[in-house]
Design a protein around this ligand. Structure first.
Ligand code: GDP
Ligand code: IMO
Ligand code: MG
Length: 428
């Protein structure tokens, strides 16, 4: 038995979806444990492209169980849309292989309204959220008024809770100039949705612990990345969940000591969508080159991703915070045509030097990266499947990343497809 957690070590979009899809072959069950449909995980399988936001990437393989845990915030309409999309492409999502936790908080339409209204009013202080209602839904969870999946099976409970949550949101909405919630309409819509999703809702904690007892392999699929973590990310320019590997336990209902390994996904350079500090961001031709070669457009919102050099201190810290046992280095092929490649090894503010990324954002905003420069390899690594096929200079880059992040690389990804992958060691 081996349970592996996959997390992003940067600001998201590191290629988690591709790696999770690949590793799903060795897992019995694949679990989403935090975030919601702010995530956008792209899988390329032959000539087919799948973009998943809410469903675990393992769902694509017909013989796997996919689980949505209590740590996720779930938009039931978006869920049905995603299920429908897969069904229409021949991937059957039935209630014997998609299991949703009973205590998963729901994202309702007024959460999305609040997210968008606040961003509009914030002007230059905006976060650049995905506008999916993620933050407001988590607020209601910790505010102890969320409607949860399990409530959908009890009409009276839905009515009672809607009444409570509506009162709270109507006050907020009035302050933002939005009309009151139409409770009756929402109740009716929820009843329609409930009929379609109630069969999926089961005690996930029990299922997963039974599977552990049977020595099954569970793969936990993180969303976002360590630098978007609500505690250790670039607060307030973060998402509203804990993206840490430990969240796989409390976001699904297994004990933390049942996690055996943690695979950190790391892009060979850095990207970020939305506002907030990013010391290695490039505003020149090289930044443009990375964006074009890497096709760096957001999966969820279509926004351009900000691109820059590899930032080693942030990945080193992510490895420590998450207990990373090995790294998967993705998109190395995007660097193929660069003459020189820089790696950020620390930061400077005035005369002061920092070896670690600071926690306070006001300081993080003022960092100038300290770079090391290496020669590019100037040849194609696209699709390589063996490490000894890698150009010597690319291997030197990989080795330098291992040294600077104080972590071992178990996988190198050389393209979006399943077979465009080098396995050095087994991350499970
Ligand atoms: P996630 O959110 O971490 O799952 O990452 P996204 O799916 O949002 O973004 C990663 C993008 O890079 C996707 O379009 C992938 O198909 C693509 N991708 C993944 N690995 C590689 C790779 O090694 N090389 C290249 N060129 N593209 C990759
Ligand atoms: P995956 O799983 C990249 C960013 C948003 C914004 C901030 C807060 O595909 O890596 P939110 O809507 O969560 O309140 O937005 O977080 N963000 C992501 N950036 N990849 C993601 O997911 C993201 N999910 C949220 O752009 O800056
Ligand atoms: Mg993504």
């Amino acid at each position: 038995m081996s349970n592996l957690v996959v997390i992003g070590t940067q600001w998201g979009d590191e290629g988690k979806g591709k790696i999770v899809d690949l590793l799903s072959a060795e897992a019995d069950t694949i679990v989403r444990f935090q975030g919601g449909h702010n995530a956008g995980h792209t899988l390329v399988i032959g000539d087919q492209v799948f973009k998943l936001s809410l469903l675990p990437s393992g769902i694509i393989r017909n013989n796997k169980i996919a689980v949505i845990g209590n740590g996720v915030v779930l938009d039931p309409w978006k869920l049905l849309e995603e299920i429908e999309q897969l069904n229409s492409r021949g991937i059957k999502v039935s209630s014997d292989r998609l299991i949703i936790s009973e205590n998963t908080p729901l994202i309702l339409p007024f959460h999305k309204d609040l997210d968008l209204l606040r961003e509009q009013k914030a002007g230059s202080e905006k976060i650049g959220t995905t506008g999916r209602g993620i933050g407001p839904a988590y607020e209601d969870k910790v505010g102890r008024r969320a409607l949860r999946t399990g409530d959908l099976k009890d009409i009276n409970e839905v009515k009672r809770k809607l009444n409570v949550i509506k009162a709270h949101h109507n006050i907020l909405r009035a302050g933002l100039g939005a009309p009151c919630i139409d409770e009756e309409e929402l109740f009716n819509e929820l009843m329609t949705v409930a009929k379609k999703i109630n069969d999926f809702i089961k005690p996930v904690w029990k299922l997963l612990n039974d599977q552990i007892a049977k020595n099954k392999n569970i793969l936990f699929e993180g969303a976002q990345g360590s630098m978007l973590d609500v505690d250790f990310g670039t607060y307030p320019f973060v998402t509203s969940s804990s993206t840490n590997a430990a969240a796989a336990a409390f976001g699904s209902g297994i004990a933390h000591n049942k996690i055996n390994s943690v695979l950190g996904i790391t892009k060979a350079y850095t990207t970020r969508v939305g506002e907030g500090p990013m010391p290695t961001e490039l505003f020149d031709d090289i930044g443009q080159h990375l964006a074009e070669e890497g096709n760096e457009k957001g999966t969820v919102t279509g926004r351009d991703r900000r691109c820059g050099w590899f930032d080693a201190p942030i990945v080193r810290r992510s490895c420590l915070l998450n207990g990373v046992t090995s790294l998967a280095l993705t998109k190395i092929d995007v660097l193929d045509r660069l003459e020189k490649i820089k790696i950020c090894v620390g930061y400077r503010v005035g005369k002061e030097e920092f070896s670690d990324f600071p926690i306070t954002t006001s300081l993080a905003n003022r960092l100038t990266p300290i770079y090391e420069e290496i020669d590019g390899w100037n040849s194609s690594t696209v699709g390589l499947e063996k490490i000894d096929q890698m150009p010597t200079k690319a291997r030197a880059y990989i080795q330098r990343i291992e040294e600077l992040t104080e972590s071992k690389i178990s996988i190198v990804s050389t393209g979006p497809e399943r077979n465009q992958t080098i396995f050095i060691t087994n991350p499970f």
